[in-house]
Write a protein that binds this ligand. Structure first.
Ligand SMILES: [Zn+2]
Length: 664
């Protein structure tokens, strides 16, 4: 059903005109990272003279997919990429593609470049057959702005791979005279030569080169492996730190190819979807107001709906210096998506000339959501698609018309913009029915808020008994191995229902010896314990939690942090008191056990966890979290049997434990 491209998007170089910002053209493509499906290149937004976010005209980044699927996730995680990071990539093309590109070049004679040419000295070396460093010495070359930028679009890098982060921010000097020979495009030999050179630089090499070589850009051009270099890392923006975050959004209702979207007016959309009309509880405004504990909002003062907007079905769309053909009657690729965004924004900007409310939102230059409601007939293989994280002037989500009455999907996509990844269970990426980023179909028309890991991730909720000012590291807030001793290994907690408090989880992290970031660590899952209760009131917090998870202690595993560069996903593990996979050592099924690894007395790390529910109530659960130091109390006659401890967390101490039978 939903095939979602999680795109990380990045802030543009700066909120200024590129002409006055010499770094903007030297910086390569902004990177879109989908935490799951795609890593793509996209031209960064710049802010034009009217205050609108538009793609930089100097951008020479192709609409290219660098990786997809699990490969994309691995790529993003390995490089610690965040959407919106500015990168330089070296992409090379085969001969056929090179010839096609030459054919698409704009006339280059007698045409001034609108701004300093981008750097990318090295690229020519990669493009030219038999190129050598003498002829193509980086700093001196790149004679022709026009030809150069096209070449750079395909093959940009600096003079040497990564030796100096600022080496190529010298594009102003790249205006010397041209040489037609420089425009020759290349054979595969040069590509292979370059590739072999790149092979010695594994850190910068694009991952899974062979797979990437199979990718095609929307134009059909084929790219072969290249390198990627991060030029500027964007900052994550939307972790709650004390000030409510109002979402700014522009929602466009699109018609194209003689197809119409389901809404014939902004009022119809607002009434049915966004505000709720009395029968739909899970409307977007309510989702944010309720699930964020007032920490974020989706209100009409900051959100505008525009449309229906009539867009062309086919045509060409520019992305910086490159043009792409789109045909929405048959495709739903990057070129079509770009055409929808560009067409919508152009329409909105026209409207802004006479509508101050629209203008105030369209000129918002940080993390504005653009949501596009498509006709149901659009040729998209997904229900929704969204950028993961919103660190740029704009980020995007797309909702296919057939799903445009489903607030769960719209909220799901908008929360990708917030930086969240999917909530899974087992091998099912969407398998967690306790989170809208998981199996949101379980919710029906009701409202269901996030699971504990996702709430922690965006700062909407935190561990219980957190010490103020200590983040999640307080004594009872985020348990580490150091919070347990063999003599005091049963810790009992009252965890409030998520609806009742934003301090509503216990995080058990036996991987770390203490909360000190430098403390010893081992590989071990981090468990999030929370309690969810279905509320019978329409539209209330967790009115949509399914019965299998209502009035249950819910255990998630999540090794992630609050960093948006961290691509760990949450996994639903189990729920009690009657666990689906209880510890087999306990016949009544009321004890859940984490994996056991041998305890290391020297480091204080290792062991295991046994968790049992002591009592469930309408507003809280009481739970016993026991750290195991061994899988049995001790061998009969051993010292451990006389220590009066419950080292195996079975509730029996020392000699009372049958493990120690025969000790006396
Ligand atoms: Zn998704």
């Amino acid at each position: 059903m939903t095939s979602i491209r999680l795109l990380h998007q990045q802030p543009s170089p700066s909120a200024s005109n590129p002409a006055s910002n010499p770094t903007s053209s030297s910086l390569g493509a902004p990177l879109e990272v989908s935490s799951v499906n795609f890593v793509e290149l996209r031209c960064p937004d710049i802010i034009n003279a009217d205050g609108f976010a538009v793609p930089g005209p100097d951008c020479n980044a192709p609409l290219a997919t660098l990786a997809d699927g699990e490969e994309a996730l691995g790529f993003a995680a390995e490089q610690e990429l965040l959407s919106g990071d500015l990168v330089q990539v070296t992409l090379r093309v085969d001969e056929e593609t090179a010839a096609a590109l030459n054919a698409t070049r704009r006339p280059r004679r007698n045409q001034a470049s609108p701004s300093p040419a981008p750097s990318g000295h090295r690229r020519r070396q990669l493009l030219q057959q038999g190129a050598d460093d003498d002829e193509n010495d980086g700093m001196s070359s790149d004679p022709e702005p026009e030809g150069e930028q096209l070449a750079a679009a395909l093959d940009e890098s600096d003079d040497e791979y990564g030796a100096d982060a600022d080496a190529d921010e010298d594009e102003g000097a790249d205006q010397d005279g041209g040489d037609d020979e420089d425009d020759e495009v290349a054979g595969m030999q040069a590509v292979e030569d370059a590739a072999s050179e790149l092979a010695s630089r594994p850190r910068r090499e694009l991952r899974s080169a062979a797979a990437i070589a199979r990718r095609q850009s929307p134009s059909g051009f084929k790219y072969v492996p290249g390198t990627l270099r991060i030029k500027r890392r964007g900052e994550q923006k939307e972790i709650y730190t004390g000030s409510p975050i109002p979402l700014r959004a522009t929602i466009y209702l699109l018609d194209f190819c003689n197809w119409t979207n389901p809404y014939r007016s902004p009022e119809a959309f607002k009434k049915y979807v966004s505000s709720g009309n009395g029968s739909i509880e899970n409307n977007l405004m309510n989702y944010y107001r309720t699930c964020s504990y007032g920490k974020s909002s989706f209100d009409w003062g900051n959100v505008t709906v525009i449309g229906p907007v009539q867009l062309p079905c086919k045509g060409n769309v520019s992305s910086g210096f490159l043009k792409y053909t789109f045909d929405a009657s048959t495709k739903c690729g990057a070129a079509e998506q770009l055409s929808w965004v560009r067409g919508s924004e152009a329409y909105g900007q026209q409207l802004a000339a006479t509508n101050d409310a629209v203008k105030s939102i369209l000129t918002w230059t940080q993390r504005r959501r653009i949501m596009l409601i498509l006709p149901a007939q659009a040729k998209c293989g997904w229900a929704g698609l969204a950028d993961v994280a919103c660190t740029s002037p704009t980020c995007r989500s797309y909702i296919k018309g057939g799903y445009a009455s489903n607030d769960n999907i719209m909220y799901h996509e908008l929360q990708h913009n917030y930086g969240l990844s999917h909530a899974g269970k087992g091998m099912n990426e969407y398998g967690d029915p306790t989170d809208p980023l998981g199996d949101y179909n379980a919710v029906g028309t009701h409202l269901q808020c996030h699971n504990a890991p996702n709430n922690y991730r965006i700062g909407w909720a935190k561990p219980v008994n957190e010490i103020p000012g200590k983040g999640g590291d307080g004594w009872w807030g985020n348990l580490t191995a150091g919070n347990f001793t063999a003599a005091s290994n049963h810790l009992r907690f009252t965890i409030p229902a998520s609806a009742t408090s934003d301090e509503n989880m216990v995080v058990v992290n036996l991987a770390a010896a203490s909360a000190d970031p430098t403390a010893a660590r081992i590989a071990y899952p981090k468990y999030f314990l929370s309690y969810r209760v279905r509320n019978a009131t329409a539209g209330a917090f967790d009115s949509g939690i399914t019965s299998g998870y209502s009035n249950r202690l819910i255990i998630h595993a999540f090794n992630g942090s609050q960093s948006e560069r961290d691509y760990n996903r949450s996994l639903l593990i189990d729920a009690g008191p009657k666990f689906s996979k209880p510890d087999p050592a306990f016949a009544n099924g009321t004890v859940w056990a984490a994996p056991f690894v041998p305890y290391n007395a020297a480091t204080g790390l290792g062991g295991g966890l046994r968790i049992r529910v002591l009592r469930t109530g309408p507003a809280a659960v009481e739970v016993d979290v026991c750290r195991m130091y061994d899988t049995r109390e001790g061998a009969p006659g051993s010292e451990a049997c006389y220590a009066g401890q419950d080292r195996d967390c079975d509730g029996l101490y020392g000699l009372d434990d049958p493990d120690c039978a025969g000790s006396r």
